[in-house]
Design a protein around this ligand. Structure first.
Ligand code: G3H
Ligand code: 13P
Ligand code: ZN
Length: 316
């Protein structure tokens, strides 16, 4: 059942975080739904611009509708990840999305405010929620590359001003993470003091953590042992998800880790079974492994086991 992101946030705030997982294809979709049903967790499906263009946005929507039918007990929201203004309008008009993210974080503050406000006005007119971003994460997104030194943590006072001026429903904050598999060159961790300060200025307001993959070291080692080249890959400490959630981080974005599961399964498969040329055996293995991975993340986020409580909360 597709529900609004806002309702999910209301139930989760201060208690647990919703896993926001990116999907691109049928195998990821199946693994995601299985993992969330097995761990009894509500969740958010994220669709990036790249994912919409990978096969076709209609294909992606069709897969989600199909999964909704296959798993009628699932409770989830559908969210546009890192949208530009035009893609936000396209998603708002489609009537399919629960929420959109307008990412104007690379613009100066006032332009970010103005762009976000335009999207908020269009989205709210149709009952759709909006996530925006303030500050700059390190790493690589679709069109934007920001190096570690160039990343800029969110200024809490500016965050409060931004929220008041735009009417946005949730805010992605730069708190030390970055996108991709190479997040930290040293021992940097999450800036809890930034989260705490924003939550103090904006009590009850849902915060979002991007770049949250934990880049499991056993996964990296297996990929490298099977011919991969990911030396030095490093992620967020997954034991920090729940402490972040208790402080107001309500949505935690995880994409890279799923790609690592895919890479490990396929590299090992090709290494160990060179005679196989059928994509189904490895696809099946990936779906099972991805479901297992999703379940393990939901446990760490605290969303595992919340499904029935959310259903009761929504009165569905
Ligand atoms: O933050 C970006 C997400 O990991 C999505 O990646 O734009 O390559 O689909 P993508
Ligand atoms: P990771 O690259 O850490 O998985 O972050 C994903 C993300 O922030 C999607 O918006
Ligand atoms: Zn992101």
């Amino acid at each position: 059942m597709i529900v609004t992101t806002k309702e999910l946030f209301k139930h989760a705030y201060g208690k647990y975080a919703l896993g926001a997982y990116n999907i691109n294809n049928a195998e990821q979709t199946m693994g995601l739904f299985r993992g969330c049903i097995e761990s009894k967790a509500p969740f958010i499906i994220q669709i990036s611009k790249g994912a919409r263009n990978y096969t076709n946005k209609i294909m992606l929507e069709g897969m989600i509708r199909a999964a909704d039918e296959i798993f009628p007990e699932a409770i989830f929201a559908v969210h546009l990840d890192h949208g530009d203004e035009q893609t936000c309008y396209d998603c708002i008009d489609s009537g399919f999305y629960s929420s959109v993210m307008i990412d104007a974080s690379s613009l100066p503050f006032e332009e970010n405010v103005a762009t976000t406000k335009r999207v908020v006005d269009a989205a709210h007119a149709k009952g759709i929620a909006v996530e925006a971003e303030l500050g700059q994460l390190g790493g690589v997104e679709e069109d934007i590359a920001v190096d570690e030194a160039g990343a800029k943590l969110t200024d809490p006072k500016q965050a409060a001003e931004f929220i008041a001026k735009t009417g946005v429903d949730s805010l992605a904050c730069a708190i030390g993470t970055s996108h991709g598999a190479f997040k930290f060159s040293g021992t940097q961790g999450l800036h809890f003091e930034v989260i705490e300060e924003i939550a103090k200025l904006c009590p009850g307001f849902p915060l979002v953590m991007h770049g949250s993959s934990s880049v499991p070291q056993d996964e990296v080692a297996r990929i490298n042992a099977a011919g991969g080249k990911l030396a030095g890959a490093k992620g967020v400490d997954a034991n920090e998800y729940l402490p972040a959630a208790k402080r107001g981080v309500t949505k935690i974005n995880i994409d890279t880790d799923g790609r690592l599961v895919w890479t490990r399964v396929h590299r090992e498969f090709f290494r160990d079974k060179p005679e196989v040329f059928d994509f189904r055996p490895m696809g099946k293995e990936f779906m099972a492994e991805y479901a297992k991975f999703i379940g393990s993340r939901n446990e760490l986020l605290g969303s595992a086991g919340q499904l029935e409580a959310v259903r009761a909360f929504l009165g569905k």
